[in-house]
Design a protein around this ligand. Structure first.
Ligand SMILES: Cc1ncc(COP(=O)(O)O)c(C=O)c1O
Length: 434
């Protein structure tokens, strides 16, 4: 081809959460019974929406409105409803024009980074949720910029490290926080969020808060949202129904923009996101129509409460099992539905293995563990020996070695067995070669 048509950032587009599936499928063909603990899709793991939510959707299927385009930014009444909910918290106030719907947050993230000036960077947490880190890296053509979440402090950020990184890199225009966090399950206390906003204010950068798990906070943590702490600083909150209802297949998420009238450049940038959406006409309409009926229903609060209790129980049970295992660090999540496990420094090597009964599976794995990161090696052996499919920590743009496991299995017995399989496999692997 007379021109190189490949974008500078093309190599940054990786998504280990799904890439591990190809490996698992190959093991499946060789006879391994895969236990999927890689992706945050509650439906895939057997959760069912309550009948009353399904009825709202069913009624909309019979409603002719659901088959048309809607306004580019989203259904006005739905945006009004959501703005009122946010405003009722009493923090930064927004209007319906501060809300823009997308085809899921995946679409929102692609536009947020895709329409940022090439030289303007956003610093995000490490470990990172890959959709953000890949999109930011691809937009800039460089490695993603990160601040460290510290496992010894329950995966909260080292704010001194964050501030120094922002101070000495004036290409940084935005600060990303994921709260509750994926993959660690950490919930940011108010003070930490206030300090982060303060850093953003002092260095004149905007804040992006991915709050897709905001209603899934438990284990005594308080739910604090960006609008509670943002004050008059420009900011964007990312929200959606994928995890909350949960309806990931709806491809429905939205952004809430704070203080766009206080900064001309920020306002222009937000306008560019809306114009980009205009080129696509609009986002999925039916889920937007469903939002006020579902989230405005008196049963919704109970629904969320019941889900929080379920995840709290599962998290604590998994933590009880894994926290006794030597050689790993595991903190007790307070939100979302994941658990991050990290191996102690220097404990992994390229001679460790797990016994695998099927020689074909063993051969397949041995061929693929050459030159892979140490935690991916563990993940491959784990899958071959137990069928459990988790995501290596290095897939989350992270220097630490470990893995993320989901807590979505609805069959209590099966979930317990999975956690016990992990608790058994970890020391066996570590001790197989010291
Ligand atoms: C932190 C975070 N943000 C965004 C998303 C994507 O959400 P959506 O289904 O709305 O694209 C996910 C999905 O796992 C996530 O964990």
């Amino acid at each position: 081809m007379r021109r190189n048509v490949v974008h500078e950032g093309a190599e940054q587009l990786t998504y280990e959460i799904r890439e591990i599936v190809a490996f698992a499928n190959e093991l499946g063909k060789l006879g391994v019974d895969i236990i999927w603990e890689n992706i945050g899709d509650p439906i895939h793991k057997g959760e069912m929406l309550p009948d009353w939510i399904k009825q709202v959707v069913t009624d909309l299927v019979a409603d002719d409105r659901s088959y048309g385009y809607v306004a580019t930014q989203g259904v006005p009444e739905t945006r009004e409803f959501l703005a009122a909910r946010t405003n009722a918290r009493g923090g930064c106030q927004i209007g319906r024009d501060d809300i823009v719907f997308f085809n899921g947050l995946g679409d929102a993230v692609a536009k947020i980074f895709g329409f940022l000036k090439r030289e303007a960077r956003v610093i995000g947490p490490s470990p990172a949720y890959s959709t953000h880190s890949s999109a930011e890296a691809a937009h800039s053509g460089y490695e993603h910029l990160t601040y460290e979440l510290d496992p010894d402090r329950g995966w909260l950020p080292d704010l001194d490290d964050l501030e120094l990184k922002i101070r000495y890199n004036d290409s940084i225009a935005g600060l990303l926080v994921i709260n509750p966090d994926n993959p660690t399950g950490t919930v940011y206390p108010r003070k930490v969020l206030e300090n982060m906003v303060d850093i953003a204010r002092r260095h004149d950068v905007f804040v992006i808060a991915d709050e897709i798990y905001t209603e899934l906070v438990y284990n005594g943590a308080a739910r604090v949202c960006l609008n509670d702490v943002i004050g008059d600083q420009p900011g964007i909150s990312l929200r959606g129904i994928s995890k909350e209802w949960p309806w990931p297949g709806s491809r429905c998420g939205w952004i809430e923009v704070f203080n766009q009238d206080r900064n001309e450049t920020f306002k222009k940038y937000i306008r560019s996101l809306i114009n980009a959406k205009m080129l696509e006409v609009c986002s999925t309409s039916l889920p937007q129509f469903a939002i006020p009926s579902v989230m405005g229903d008196p049963r919704y609060a109970d629904h969320l409460d019941a889900r929080r209790k379920v995840f709290e129980r599962r998290v604590n049970e998994a933590w009880e099992i894994l926290s006794t295992v030597e050689g790993i660090y595991v903190s007790r999540p307070q939100g979302a539905f994941y658990m991050a496990v990290v191996f102690g420094d220097g404990l992994l090597n390229d001679r460790q293995t797990l016994p695998i009964e099927n020689p074909k599976v063993q051969e397949y794995i041995e061929e693929r563990v050459r030159d892979v990161d140490a935690d991916k090696r563990f993940v491959y052996y784990l899958m071959g020996a137990t069928g459990v499919c988790v995501v290596p920590m290095t897939g989350f743009y992270c220097e630490k070695r470990g893995f993320r496991v989901t807590l979505l299995e609805t069959d209590d017995e099966k979930r317990r067995r999975t956690m016990q399989a992990l608790a058994g496999a970890i020391p066996q692997y570590l001790e197989s070669a010291r």
